[in-house]
Write a protein that binds this ligand. Structure first.
Ligand code: ZN
Length: 412
């Protein structure tokens, strides 16, 4: 039996009572709690969430929020060198304490007594859900990814203090950075909640599956050897493909292409990221200040995510979602070496710091790199997907994001 409270009622009823004291319960498993959970994507394409009683499957120590794949640490100080989209180059972490959960227990179910407790329990539950359904959704066995994590489990930092150690111009904090993934140490990061979020980011399955998508990109494209000095980690266009792939992974788990709206309902931002509804192409990203999509490399990502979902939609009578996800992941594993070996006429060499390129030169260069990536992707993709992938890539990337030379022998 599931008890469900719509989010708006939760807010209205002010579920959180003012608590005094910090009574610690010793819960015995299997553990149950009220968490913010994803319910479904409805027929109109909107995602629905509710505060719901859920049973954890991989949690072994309730009060420490520690289990098979994850431990949550609260607070501490995180040094950040660089931020690219929702990927963070963290270079130090100190402090951090037990979650300090505050809850009551009713009929064996933990009822959070404050926002932080609800957020941390919900975040744990999202990762629990991802690992429990990983193989069914993507074909990847949990143990395969687990083997890549230092210590065998992710650490998730909840609301750490952030210290910027890198070049300040590389770093934008605030609304843009609410949840992130740190590929070097496979940490997940949840920052101070934003005043604009509706569904708390910590409980937003769409956001956490996106962050988890970065981990899978790290596993597949980077062969688990993500390094900030790796050329492809630093290429603008590849940052975009990484973001787009993360959105595709989120869709794989939720059926929704509308990744941000549930948490950040600022129409312009949410609309621009809904890759099922946007219609801009790579051509629309030229110029200094493109109006079709202002999210920089995220926009390239949306074109990739859209192409993948269009390909699956065209083939859904013969390809399951799981097959599609597994095919994309297996193809990504083969792209990096091909790109590195690609003829410079197709894929430009690494960009020297000088001379500084003009906007038009950057656009052309980024388009060639997109083309090189798409070329490698199509050549390595399963035969039965190639035709639809070519159609989608041509439609979305046009001749500037998928130049003729890159198409030759792959999509001609
Ligand atoms: Zn991201």
């Amino acid at each position: 039996m599931t008890k469900s409270i719509p989010l708006r009622l939760l807010v209205a009823a002010n579920l959180f009572t003012t608590a005094c004291g910090t009574k610690t319960f010793s819960m015995t498993g299997p553990f149950k709690a009220l968490v913010v959970a994803f319910s479904r994507t409805n027929t109109a394409g909107s995602t629905e969430f509710a505060v719901t009683e859920k049973q954890f499957r991989t949690l072994t120590n309730f009060n420490e929020l520690d289990g098979t794949y994850l431990t949550i640490k609260r607070g501490g100080t995180l040094g950040i060198r660089q931020i690219n989209g929702s990927i963070v180059q963290a270079d130090s972490f100190s402090g951090g304490s037990s979650p300090g959960l505050r809850y009551n227990v009713k009929s064996g179910v933990a009822i959070p007594m404050d926002y932080s407790t609800l957020a941390m329990l919900s975040a744990y539950y999202q990762i629990d859900e991802i690992y429990s359904t990983l193989e069914e959704k993507t074909g990847i066995a949990p143990a395969t990814l687990q083997a890549l994590i230092p210590g065998g489990k992710h650490i998730m930092l909840f609301e750490p203090q952030v210290k910027i150690t890198g070049n300040g111009t590389d770093v934008t904090l605030g609304m843009k950075l609410n949840a992130a993934f740190s590929p070097i140490d496979k940490k997940f990061l949840l920052f101070q909640r934003s005043p604009v979020e509706a569904v708390p980011l910590a409980g937003n399955f769409q956001v956490l599956t996106h962050e988890f998508g970065h981990f899978i990109f790290d596993y597949s494209f980077f062969a688990s050897k993500y390094d900030a000095k790796n050329r492809w980690a630093d290429e603008w266009t590849l940052k975009g493909f990484n973001e787009g792939f993360a959105d595709f992974v989120s869709w794989t788990f939720t059926d929704s292409t509308d990744i941000l709206r549930a948490s950040i309902n600022i129409k312009k931002i949410a609309d621009e990221r809904d890759f099922g509804k946007t219609t801009f192409t790579f051509e629309d990203l030229s110029g200094d200040d493109p109006t079709a999509c202002g999210g920089q490399f995220y926009c390239v990502g949306s074109l990739f995510a859209r192409s993948l979902v269009q390909t699956w939609t065209a083939m859904q009578s013969s390809v399951t979602k799981k097959e599609m996800a597994a095919a994309v992941i297996d193809t990504l594993k083969l792209c990096q070496d091909d790109m590195t070996a690609m003829d410079v006429a197709i894929l430009p060499i690494e960009k020297p710091a000088t001379p500084v390129l003009t906007t038009a030169q950057s656009y052309e260069r980024n388009g060639k790199i997109a083309g090189g990536f798409l070329r490698a992707f199509v050549l390595r993709a399963p035969t039965k997907l190639k035709g639809e992938l070519c159609t989608a890539f041509k439609n979305n990337f046009g001749i500037h994001g998928f130049p003729q030379l890159a198409r030759t022998g792959s999509c001609d």
